[in-house]
Design a binder for this molecule. Structure first.
Ligand code: FUB
Length: 699
């Protein structure tokens, strides 16, 4: 997660020297105007007379079902390419009288302007499930659109886009049929009727969908998605050139690469002297949504060669390759993101061919991975994969490697700058090459600076998906009461049991007890009212809940040495972040790959001593001799900010009954003795660091 102060510092002091930030971070739309996560696709960009750049996008509704659940178009605009405004929803299927009543197919749209009117073109299925190209109009670019029907004579298909030439003639493009053929027609000046018939376009190599025409220096460019699929990277955006907006076209190559999402669709536009390519990717939803990763719109600068051809766009929002900076501990490094280099420099592979054919095109064998993304396979003895890691300080580290082995052969060692730092590590049987287990290496000694870490295969028979580097430091402060701070503010919960990272003041609601789950660094954070912090869902803020579940378990990672900085990750729902929307609600954000919030923990001491005034506590238990199938009464009166726990402990010190999360004040409760053996017991009451007990005998 971003460290705001650090970013501010970077901006103030380094921006003018290193680079001028002139584009928003990709994907540039992440939330809507109400600060809720929004997924957008198929961006059609236009610059209108008010000097702003507008993007008309389709909307992947959550939970994503591929493209079967799209509705509610939004419009976004900017005047500086950094700050974007969501104008909100402009049209939905329910506004369209001819649309099939179930809606759900509002796919890639476009917009055009003529004579004071904005024309919004969109595909949808009609009541007979036939694709139509509808039109809605407004006198404003981003509001008050009214559906006007569909354009008669257009083919049954999707992806309308409109190009208005310098002479005022408007052309409408679309997919003819589902995908695979591009058609063009002229529009009359009313912009809602065809002037003649739609015609097939000629010369588009590998055309799939998403046509977009722009013009530069008298030359027409038609960009479109192809059907590329190497098993990892999907559709790429190709382009062709022509001297006419109706073709024929001459194919020129790929202008925007693909992503791991199945589609690629976008637009090209000039704004304030710079050309831009708009497209979408799925980095915010990668690994989620089995029905199809939800998409997010992106923009990057586009440059032309002297001969008018376009250079391939550098996609700044794509997964970074390679991401190997151990500074950002804990650092998950995907196996396929080994450092760039040649055989012998950053990898060694015996046949120098990628036998999986996905993602990269040098010798290492990469295939699609069942845990998302890709893994390295076909690893033979003597082969190795190298990662140039930026190690923040000289010390011992832990490395967790995600590996698989169907038969339980397979062994490797880790070398750093040529020195074997791990010894031989064998991989246990996982039954299948796509079933994964974690091999944990501790005490890996690494010196600071840039180091080449190699995973060297000693014996074939295993695959590698990823590894995580983190400090081999202190274990979490188990059974201690701590406070957690984020950006100088306390983590606390409110009366509605919502968890926030914004409390200026320390109250009992800021105090948590760290409980260990199993072995290792898995913890539960118990709140002062005896409940547990839980990662409720991806979108909603985290809550405090009374019972344990997978959602209450977190991994505790040491992030730095000197100041108890840690990261937390939910076992069930991944990274934990504090939202930036002003409320600083704490939530789980699986969409942000690699996002880690930094918390600082500190042991909580003084307030507890003050909390319970022992001389003001009263505790009565009666009767003190009880039948084993009966009940007895506990009455207490205790003022405390903490949750109260009552336990029945037998003569061997075993807890036979436990009631926690009890309220302070004057209380009375009945305790059943059913199922307990006869003998002596202690009824113990605790809150904060106060404890008192009464003897009771079961007869
Ligand atoms: O967004 C739905 C469909 O996916 C579009 O219409 C296609 O171009 C593809 O991006």
């Amino acid at each position: 997660m971003k460290n705001t102060l650090f970013i501010l510092f970077i901006h103030l002091f380094f921006t003018p020297l290193l680079f001028a930030q002139d584009l928003a971070e990709n994907p540039f739309i992440r939330v809507d105007k109400d600060n809720n996560r929004i997924f957008t696709a198929d961006p059609s960009a236009h610059v209108w007379a008010d000097g702003r750049l507008y993007v008309y996008a389709s909307h992947d509704v959550q939970p994503a079902r591929g493209c079967d659940l799209m509705d509610k178009y939004h419009v976004f605009s900017t005047d500086d390419m950094i700050h974007w405004t969501d104008h909100g929803q402009i049209l939905e299927a329910a506004d369209v009288s001819w649309a099939r009543p179930e809606g759900g197919f509002m796919w890639a749209p476009d917009c055009a302007f003529r004579n004071g009117m904005y024309f919004f073109y969109f595909p949808h299925k009609d009541a007979d499930n036939i694709w139509r190209i509808g039109v809605a109009t407004s006198t404003e670019p981003a509001a008050n659109f009214t559906s006007q029907g569909y354009i008669e004579g257009m083919r049954s298909g999707i992806d309308p886009s409109v190009f208005v030439d310098d002479d005022g003639q408007a052309y409408i493009y679309q997919n003819s049929g589902g995908t695979g053929t591009c058609a063009v027609g002229k529009l009359k000046t009313n912009m809602v009727e065809l002037d003649g018939e739609m015609q097939d376009m000629q010369g588009l190599v590998g055309y799939h969908e998403g046509p977009w025409v722009h013009k530069r220096n008298g030359i027409y460019y038609l960009s479109y998605a192809d059907g590329h699929d190497d098993g990892y990277i999907k559709n790429e955006m190709r382009y062709a050139m022509s001297t006419s907006p109706m073709g024929p076209w001459t194919y020129k190559g790929v202008v925007v690469g693909g992503t791991t999402e199945g589609t690629q669709h976008g637009s090209i536009v000039q704004y304030k002297g710079q050309w831009y390519a708009f497209y979408h990717n799925n980095v915010l939803s990668f690994g989620t949504n089995p029905g199809g990763g939800a998409r997010s719109i992106c923009v990057d600068k586009l440059y032309y060669n002297e001969d008018g051809t376009m250079q391939k766009v550098i996609q700044t929002g794509m997964f970074k390759d390679p991401v190997v900076n151990a500074k950002n501990i804990p650092n998950l490094i995907l196996a396929e993101n080994y450092s760039t280099g040649i055989d012998g420099e950053t990898y060694h592979d015996v046949d120098n061919t990628n036998n999986g054919g996905v993602y990269r095109h040098d010798g290492v064998d990469i295939e699609v991975c069942s845990e998302g993304k890709a893994n390295i396979f076909n690893m033979e003895a003597g082969e190795w994969i190298g990662y140039k890691l930026n190690i923040p300080r000289t010390d011992n580290y832990k490395i967790d490697l995600r590996v698989s082995s169907p038969v339980g052969t397979g062994a490797f060692h880790v070398e750093v700058d040529g020195v074997n730092v791990s010894g031989r590590v064998t991989v246990n049987k996982t039954d299948d090459f796509q079933k994964w287990t974690t091999v944990a290496l501790s005490n890996i000694s690494l010196n600071s600076g840039t180091r080449l870490l190699k995973i060297v295969v000693d014996e074939a028979g295993f695959n590698l998906a990823n590894f995580t580097v983190y400090y081999a430091l202190t274990t979490p402060p188990f059974n201690k009461r701590i406070i957690l701070k984020n950006g100088g503010k306390y983590v606390s919960f409110d009366q509605n049991n919502q968890v926030f990272c914004n409390s200026e003041t320390m109250t009992s609601n800021c105090i948590f007890t760290v409980e260990q789950i199993g072995t290792g660094n898995k913890v539960e954070l118990r709140t002062s009212n005896g409940k547990y912090i839980a990662a409720k869902s991806l979108k909603n803020s985290m809550t405090v809940e009374s019972s344990h579940s997978a959602n209450t378990r977190f991994f505790w990672y040491q992030k730095s040495y000197n100041n108890n900085e840690i990261g937390l990750k939910s076992e069930a729902l991944n990274s934990i972040v504090c939202s930036e929307n002003g409320t600083k609600a704490m939530n789980c954000n699986r969409y942000e790959i690699g996002a880690w919030e930094t918390f600082v923990w500190q042991e909580y001491i003084e307030a507890a001593v003050e909390d319970v005034k022992a001389d003001k506590v009263s505790l009565q238990v009666y009767p003190t001799r009880v039948q084993t199938d009966d009940k007895f009464t506990v009455e207490y009166n205790m003022e405390t900010n903490f949750a109260i726990t009552i336990q029945l402990i037998d003569a061997q010190g075993r807890v036979c009954k436990k009631m926690d999360g009890l309220k302070g004040g004057k209380q009375s409760l009945l305790v059943s003795t059913r199922g307990l053996a006869t003998g002596s017991y202690f009824l113990q009451i605790t809150a904060s660091n106060f404890a008192a007990a009464r003897k009771i005998i079961l007869i």
